[in-house]
Write a protein that binds this ligand. Structure first.
Ligand code: G3H
Ligand code: 13P
Ligand code: ZN
Length: 311
């Protein structure tokens, strides 16, 4: 099966009340852990590559590894550029075989975001590639201190119809209180997402696929494992899984996960070195790290994404 776009995946996910997992990939072990999990669960999959991942591993290496995963699993896999911030990087990924790109113009004015996104959509659609746009800025923990700053970063539902209509995007990332990284809420602060905004966006864009970034749960078991074996990640907190399940039942068709993969890998490697200080063959510590990623992804596919058995 060749690489696919996310169009069919999102249509089925929207209708079925589940979400597709979009997992960030940076090397072979991460790709294998994710795709082995998806293969066992018969889940459709989005593998996403950031600018940082392309710099770290090189576009061609990631592309060849993903092609190998495609052959190995027989699954529908979409390869997506995560947070493209210029037309040039989107073009390079489209020309280089990606089936989906994100143009993240959220740091621009509304008008400039529309113009940049439209430029990418025109180039992508002419080549059969789909585009994710973004409206609203994902809150960082600092923003949440100040209510007006917090409000300013959420997506304004009144803007979504105009944005989608003028840009022609295929999906839209919105900001409802999630954030990137392992520190999403302050200790003692009750995790809260603005489901009212999601509901209003869904009302204004019926049937349109919405994307949730910054959606790692920052699984406490991995944070504890890291801290118990020499790590220092106090107060790492993520998005509760029941909230992600709720979002997946609504208009959210794509849920982005990177930090949880990093935690799974790091926790496993830290524990391995603590238990086997004499080991120095990378296969000795990367084998359990890859297995830990596989287990994590399998749980996510079944528990809150609900896309197991949907391939
Ligand atoms: O949203 C950001 C992703 O976690 C990718 O992170 O740019 O460090 O690869 P990165
Ligand atoms: P996390 O940092 O919560 O895993 O979010 C990843 C993401 O949004 C990638 O675009
Ligand atoms: Zn993101």
């Amino acid at each position: 099966m060749p690489l696919v776009t996310s169009t069919e995946m999102f249509k089925k996910a929207y209708e079925g009340g589940y979400a597709i997992g979009a997992f960030n990939v940076n090397n072979m072990e991460i790709i294998q852990g994710i795709t082995e999990a998806a293969k066992e669960e018969r889940a459709p999959l989005i593998l996403q590559v950031s600018a940082g991942a392309r710099k770290y591993a090189k576009h061609v290496y990631l592309m060849k590894l993903i092609e190998a995963a495609l052959e190995d699993t027989g699954l529908p896999i979409c390869v997506h550029l995560d947070h493209g911030d210029t037309f040039e990087i989107c073009k390079s990924c489209i020309d280089g075989g990606f089936t989906s790109v994100m143009i993240d113009g959220s740091h621009h004015s509304f008008e400039d975001n529309i113009a940049l996104t439209r430029q990418v959509v025109d180039y992508a659609h002419a080549r059969g590639v789909v585009v994710e746009g973004e409206l609203g800025r994902l809150a960082g923990i600092e923003d949440a201190v100040n209510v007006s700053a917090e409000d300013a970063s959420y997506t304004n539902p009144a803007e979504v119809e105009e944005f989608v209509q003028k840009t022609g995007v295929d999906s839209l990332a919105i900001a409802i209180g999630t954030s990137h990284g392992a520190y999403k809420f302050k200790p003692g602060q009750k995790p809260r997402l603005r489901f009212d905004i999601l509901e209003e966006v869904q009302r204004r864009l019926p049937g349109f696929p919405i994307v949730l970034h910054g959606a790692s749960s920052v699984i406490p078991e991995f944070v504890e494992m890291i801290n118990a074996h020499g790590g220092q990640m106090p107060d790492a907190i993520g998005i509760p899984e029941d909230m992600l399940r709720q979002a997946a039942k609504m208009a959210v068709c794509k849920i982005n996960i990177d930090s949880d993969l990093r935690l799974a890998m790091t926790a496993s490697i830290r524990r391995h070195f603590a238990e086997h200080p004499d080991h120095f063959d990378p296969r000795q510590y990367l084998t359990p790290a890859r297995a830990n990623i596989k287990g994590l992804v399998q749980r996510k596919l079944k528990n809150f994404l609900g896309c197991d058995g949907k391939a």
